[in-house]
Design a protein around this ligand. Sequence first.
Ligand code: B12
Length: 490
Amino acid sequence: MKVKMILPALTEATSPFFRPIKYSLFPPLGLATLAAHLAPEDEIDLQDEHVEKLETEACPALVVLQVYITSASRAYALADHYRKRGAYVCLGGLHVTSLPQEAAQHADSIFLGPGDDTFPQFLRDYRAGQAKKVYASTGQRGIEHIPPVRRDLIKRHLYLVPNSLVVSRGCPHQCSFCYKNAFFEGGTSFYVQRVDDALAEMERLPGRHLYFLDDHLFGNAKFAEALFEGMRGMGRLWQAAGTVQSVLKPGLLEKAAESGLRSLFVGFETLSEENLRSSLKYQNLHKDYAAAIRRLHANGVMVNGSFVFGMDGDDASVFDRTVEWAVSNGIETATFHILTPYPGTGLYQQMQAQNRLLHNNWDLYDTRHVVYRPAKLTAEELETGYWRAYRDFYAWKNILQGAWTNARWSERMRHLAYAGGWKKFEPLWDVVIRAQRATNLLPALESILAGFGAHPVNKESGCRRANSDQASIFPPRIGAHQEKDSRGLA
Ligand code: B12
């Protein structure tokens, strides 16, 4: 059987101003995971439109499209194209799960929730000529027995971070803005792979660098501990995402760092307790953010801090305050987002009930546009403040100030290389990416990560200057965390 699998590009990617770097980070892992359920004799063509021109002339029997909110319109256009040509079209992913009726108009079968159980079921039905219109994942799900990801279908040279992997699904927490509750409806919403399988997957990945895309790699402490134990001595350098809470917990972070953790995406999201409560982010209430950063740095782990602007407690002062806090605490990279109510989330329901949604142009639900009426800001103030925060955080003055929170010269240089190199040389990276040489940038990333962790540090107090003065700018026991996106390199 001829099968075409596509990760459609978001609409923005067709603009001449499109900067490819963010979309050349990670390969289409979800589709490569699903491809493993196809038969060895099936002819699979997997394409990621963010990094290559799509071939749409051939007529495959089966077309599998992954739909994100911002790529929904492109995904539907492709689906319509293939259905006209007589192919059987499957649509799945986060946006399909949020809005099944919308997606169903463009598909022969739609898939709600993770596809690890439903896709193999569909394939059996399809081959028997009995495919159903809707497949919904429910019940006691698991990824303990899924086949290895079809890495052979990934064009590694097109990605800066070809070694991305996930060893869990979902997250143990229940934040109101997160896609999670809708996506995992009617069943288990946080589960992990077998440790041995996860380690075997790593063994299949060449080179040193690994990037875990799990929502919360530390979410199951027993699993994480066994995983880090198994990774010791592998010589890996890795990045991942975790919560403030998990960083503060004694023991686990140390084990992660010993096994090669060099940079962690931490969703601080907001410095306001009110925002934390209203977004049900209780697990981060009364957590000392500054202490979490100090612990990460003391273990040689760089911090990619995630921040969300526009929650109901935010006023016009939020942008400068947040940047100042991030810089003065020596955060290496920051990812800013405008609060975005995704359909299917508690936040969306709340905005809808309050009649605060401005439109449903999904292209603009990209965390860079304001799509709702903020409480204490105008939409214009929010967008301007968001862009200003990026500009200010990555101004040389602030990069230098952040770097100089380190006591050691080597670490100052590392901070400069990582933060400055990433943002300031972006146009250069874009040239490399357009020349389809993204993987050539990987050695530079690896040496920066390796260098940072190579220096002995005082694990109790950290090797940095204490930030107690800065910590007092914000009450130390306040924090929040919205794990959103743009992992890794800001
Ligand atoms: C890596 C990543 C990216 C990468 C690349 C994504 C890629 N190459 O696939 C980059 C950096 C480019 C990116 C960009 C963005 N991202 Co992003 N990203 C992620 C992240 C961290 C991991 C995705 C992943 O690989 N998961 C692991 C694989 C195994 O799971 P999966 O892809 O979901 O696939 C499974 C199921 O979804 C399902 N499935 C998927 N498709 C199909 C199709 C069929 C037919 C079937 C049967 C099943 C099925 O089966 C798969 C196996 O279970 C997720 C968070 C997360 N944990 O998922 C956010 C996430 C997907 N991103 C999100 C967002 C908002 C964005 C951006 C809009 C952010 C921005 N400000 O620019 C952009 C736009 C992306 C776009 N193209 O439209 C949101 C999506 C919200 C939504 N409702 O759509 C998420 C969920 C983060 C969040 N918590 O809010 N992202």
